[in-house]
Design a protein around this ligand. Structure first.
Ligand SMILES: [Zn+2]
Length: 326
């Protein structure tokens, strides 16, 4: 597998503060999964006729160990709004069960911000914690850990060899040896263990046509047995996209899936800046509801140019309101 090593974020993510020895400094994703998430984002806005969010999970074959998300799965029964997508614990559990039967595991989640820019909102922080809670016990990496115990002294007590640190009298190590313990000389003691770090990917995409600026975070939880309490963190990371050869993203199939799985309010947002003539070229009245003229027509993956440019003005106008909600 060829690592294209795209650093897709325009702004450099903050320096990765995590320990060395693992690959959680970036979200690993195939080009197919990456492109599919962006295609869902674009098509959802096209279907809704306005900016609209949608989302799901980043998944990989169950037995894979390379941390690469190979597909962007669209969540079922999601209720979304122009600036709102929420992930609930029960959704993650349900999707996890369904995907497990299909031979996949969940590495994290993804969602679209429609025509808004990509970032993590307060709702998204909560979503990130929810996904981490649900998957970290089974979705983890192992890091070998060793701890050298210095300044140990030894003495023989009741036929056993006792190692102790004078500065830390509460901790003792008792060695049962065959033969005379007085003949054993201990020069050092190293504790070898394994630290497990549970993780969850979080990826935000949007429907911008020409500029790809994904936003990514990885949430982690230390699961080591010696950790007194688990520490959860989520940090901004880059996205590494892997070229896995040819892939086909069927826009019509994705549209069908979006229509089946995503529920949203079919109300039209009417931009004030449109005059009625311009408005009528984009919408017609069906059963008393202004509906986009393109809605029932088959079309390609991308919304018509004028439709897109007209809608792109909305997020700017309402960005502050929406940022609060999402
Ligand atoms: Zn969001």
């Amino acid at each position: 597998m060829k690592n294209l090593d795209f650093l897709l974020n325009q702004e450099e993510p903050e320096e990765n503060k995590k320990e060395e020895g693992h690959n959680l400094g970036t979200i690993h994703v195939t080009e197919y999964a990456f492109e599919k998430a962006f295609a869902y984002a674009r098509l959802m806005c096209s279907i809704a006729g306005r900016t609209m969010e949608c989302g799901g999970y980043l998944i990989a074959p169950k037995d894979s160990k390379d941390l690469i998300a190979t597909d962007a799965y669209l969540a079922r029964d999601q209720e979304v709004q122009e600036g709102f997508f929420e992930v609930h614990a029960e959704d993650v559990i349900k999707a996890g069960r369904e995907l497990d039967k299909q031979g996949f595991k969940v590495l994290g989640w993804w969602h679209s911000h429609g025509f808004l820019r990509t970032f993590f909102s307060g709702t998204d922080d909560k979503g990130q914690r929810t996904v981490l809670n649900e998957i970290s016990a089974v979705n983890y990496i192992s890091i070998p850990e060793e701890k050298e115990l210095k300044n140990l002294e030894s003495k023989v007590e009741n036929g056993k060899l006792l190692l102790f640190d004078k500065k830390n009298p509460l901790r003792k190590y008792e060695l049962q040896v065959k033969g005379d313990p007085n003949t054993v000389k201990v020069e050092g003691l190293k504790l070898l263990g394994e630290k497990r770090v549970g993780f969850a990917y979080g990826l935000v995409v949007n429907a911008w046509k020409d500029k790809r600026v994904p936003y990514a975070e990885i949430a982690t939880r230390d699961l080591c047995f010696s950790c007194r309490k688990s520490r959860d963190e989520s940090e901004r990371v880059s996205v590494t996209v892997y070229d896995t050869g040819d892939h086909i993203i069927d826009g019509n199939e994705l549209r069908k899936e979006l229509r089946e799985k995503v529920r949203y309010e079919r109300r039209r947002y009417v931009p004030k800046q449109f005059n009625f003539k311009g408005f009528k070229s984009l919408f017609r009245k069906v059963d008393g509801i202004w509906t986009p003229t393109d809605q029932e027509k088959p079309k390609d993956d991308r919304p018509a140019k004028e439709e897109l440019s007209a809608k792109e003005e909305q997020p700017v106008k309402n960005e502050n309101d929406r940022r609060k909600r999402d």
